[in-house]
Design a binder for this molecule. Structure first.
Ligand code: GCU
Length: 336
C-alpha cells in the first residue's frame, strides 16, 4: 500500500504543477487544462469509475480543452491535507467527506446528521437544489477559494467489528471504533456506546489488523474496496448515517473557465452525480455478496436503541436558527 506523509503530498502536488506548466498543460484557465482531482478511494470504487468517465466526456465535449485526471488511493494526500492543496491551487479538485467540511464551516454538519436524509434519492435531490444548498455550497469561496459543486453519496454507513456481533449500544462498551476526523463523527460513535478514535481513512486497515482498533464504520463499498472485510468480519446494520462526499474545485479555476466551457462542465458534472448514484446501488449489493463470500456476517440491530442513543447528537448540532431552517427545508424535500 502506498502511503505518503503530508509533506510528500505537497511535494508531489508541486511536482505535478511544475510538470503541467512545463508541458503547457496548465495553460490559461480560459484555454483549458487537465484538472488534477484527488480521491482517497481505489480504482474499483464507483467514485473512481464515475469521475474517470466524467473526464472522458468533458474532454470530448470541450474538444480536449478540459480534462480530468483522477489520482486515487490518497496518492496526493489524505482528505484533510488535500483540501488545503485545493484551497491554495496546487490541486484543482478533490472529493472530501462531509466531516472535513464541518471543520471549515460547522453548518455543513446539518447535512451530516443521522436523521437528515431519509434515502439516497432524498440526499441527491437536496444537494442539487440551489435554493436549499446554494448559500452553504458557496460559503467557502471568499476565504478558502473552495467551491462546492455538489456531491457523491456515501450511502448508508454501518458499524463493523473484529469481535461481534453487535446488536445493541451496550455491546459496544469499551470498544475503540475509528471515526472520521470531526466532532460530530466522534460524538456519534460515543453516543452509540463505543469509544471513538479519529483517524484518517488510509490508516484504518492496519489499525484494525494490529488491534489498535476494535472496529470502524463505513458503507459496504468502502468496507470491501479497502479490504477491511479481511480484518473485521462482523457488520452490524446500524445505518446510523447516509453520508455524503463533496466535490470541491478551486474557485479561481472554476470561475476562470469560459462561460461556454463552464456550462458544459456543469452539465457533465450533473450527469456524473446521476451516474454515480446508479452505480452505487449495484456496487453496494456486489460488495455485500463479496464480503459474505469472504466470511463476513451481516446482522440487523436494535434500531430503536441506537436511534434513541443518537437523538441528543442531532439536537446538539441544530442550535442556530439557520441550522434549524436548513434542516427543515431538507425535511420538506423528503415529503415532496
Ligand atoms: C467513505 C467516504 C470517504 C471517507 C471515508 C472515511 O469511504 O466515501 O470520503 O473518507 O468514508 O471513512 O474516511
Amino acid at each position: 500500500r502506498l502511503r505518503r506523509t503530508p509533506l510528500a503530498a505537497v511535494a508531489a502536488a508541486m511536482a505535478l504543477g511544475l510538470s503541467a506548466c512545463s508541458s503547457g498543460l496548465a495553460g490559461t484557465p480560459e484555454s483549458g487544462k487537465t484538472l488534477v482531482l484527488s480521491l482517497n478511494q481505489t480504482e474499483a470504487h464507483p467514485s473512481y469509475v464515475a469521475l474517470t468517465a466524467f473526464g472522458e466526456r468533458l474532454s470530448e465535449a470541450t474538444e480536449g480543452r478540459w480534462d480530468v485526471r483522477v489520482y486515487p488511493n490518497e496518492t496526493l494526500g489524505a482528505q484533510q491535507e488535500v483540501i488545503q492543496l485545493v484551497s491554495d491551487g496546487s490541486v484543482d479538485m478533490a472529493v472530501a467527506s462531509g466531516t472535513q467540511l464541518e471543520n471549515l464551516n460547522i453548518e455543513f454538519a446539518v447535512l451530516n446528521l443521522p436523521t437528515t436524509f431519509t434515502s439516497i434519492d432524498h440526499q441527491m435531490q437536496t444537494i442539487t437544489d440551489e435554493k436549499v444548498v446554494g448559500e452553504l455550497f458557496s460559503s467557502l469561496e471568499d476565504e478558502k477559494s473552495l467551491t462546492v459543486l455538489g456531491g457523491l453519496t456515501q450511502g448508508e454507513r454501518n458499524l463493523y467489528t473484529v469481535e461481534g456481533p453487535i446488536e445493541t449500544p451496550d455491546d459496544l462498551a469499551g470498544m475503540k471504533v475509528r471515526v472520521q476526523e470531526s466532532d460530530i463523527a466522534i460524538d456519534m460513535i460515543n453516543a452509540m456506546g463505543a469509544s471513538a478514535t479519529p483517524m484518517s481513512f488510509g490508516e484504518v486497515y492496519t489499525a484494525l489488523q494490529s488491534g489498535v482498533l476494535d472496529g470502524a464504520e463505513n458503507n459496504e463499498v468502502s468496507y470491501v474496496t479497502q479490504n477491511h472485510n479481511e480484518v473485521a468480519k462482523f457488520v452490524a446494520f446500524t445505518r446510523h448515517l447516509i453520508g455524503l462526499d463533496y466535490m470541491l474545485i478551486n474557485t479561481d479555476v472554476y470561475e476562470g473557465m469560459s462561460e461556454e466551457d463552464r456550462a458544459t462542465f456543469d452539465e457533465e458534472w450533473l450527469a456524473t452525480m446521476a451516474h454515480h448514484t446508479e452505480l452505487w446501488t449495484e456496487e453496494t449489493q456486489a460488495a455485500i455478496a463479496a464480503a459474505e463470500e469472504g466470511g463476513s456476517t451481516f446482522n440487523e440491530v436494535d434500531q430503536d436503541a441506537f436511534r434513541e442513543a443518537l437523538a441528543p447528537v442531532v439536537e446538539k448540532y441544530l442550535t442556530s436558527d439557520e441550522d434549524q431552517s436548513l434542516f427543515d427545508a431538507i425535511q420538506r424535500k423528503a415529503e415532496q
